[in-house]
Design a protein around this ligand. Sequence first.
Ligand code: GRG
Length: 306
Amino acid sequence: MSESIPTNSTPTNTTLTDYRARIEDVLDRALTLPESGSSRLREAMRYAALGGGKRLRPTLVYTSGVALGASLEALDDAAAAVELIHVYSLVHDDLPAMDDDDLRRGRPSCHRAFDEATAILAGDALQALAFERLAGPPGLAMDEAERRLTMTRLLARGIGSGGMAGGQAIDLESVGHALDLAALQDMHRRKTGALIETSVLMGAAAAGVLQGEIFEALQTYGAAIGLAFQIQDDILDVTGTTAAIGKLAGADAAHDKPTYTSLMGLEAAQAAAAAQRERALSALTPLGPAGAPLALLADFVVGRAS
Ligand code: GRG
């Protein structure tokens, strides 16, 4: 079950609704694949990627890119790439060898709807498709090719052994072990935070902002909302219902997973999420009024109920 990011019809929120509609269309087109190879594999990829979700990561790409002057067209491939990577990670995370979840986005997880081997391959192929989109078509102008190469580097770094995959490995290794807060935070920064931070930075890179004060401000903002997102996820595992969060509520405790709530209690976890929101908002100062839509997304991340 997914909750749409915007919640009312202020002008800023209307823009965020537009981003969500746009990414649905961009993903649908990206997943209209040539009829070669296995149709079952292509079906599993579409099933996993087009079945709902909040689309937070592509929304971050659009929001940070537009804040820095990029056109929506210049952001489409990066937005598709981060969501395709996110979906691949969810498909693999749900496998019996990892979190063993039967439910994702309010319906059977990919390996339950298809089979394990197909789900593994669908995740692999979604990852490949993400990088294909990011590479763009042949014959690009040099500056565009350079921007795309920078985004490719950011994405590869964000999801590799030092980022998302590394965080997932630590997560799996830590089941049943006591982690202190610093170790938990490090795991979350990699597993969930890195792709969220990367999404913000890819928007900046698509706008040609590759370093400097604004880039660093967005890095801090992205890291803060990435951590806030994961803390809120831990909170929702305790306070949410299976129907609302679209996956089994209470699964972290059932798997004996270290979480913010298990380590510090519910109230302290809520305070920690709020502190990261504050950190995110103050990081936006150098952007001035252009940072307002990003501030709204920081609010969404800690206020979300699904
Ligand atoms: C398999 C390499 C590999 C990595 C998996 C993302 C991840 C790493 C695991 C997901 C496990 C999980 C549920 C983590 C909690 C945070 C999280 C990523 C929640 C799902 O993201 P949402 O809420 O999902 O943005 P939607 O469905 O809205 O896109």
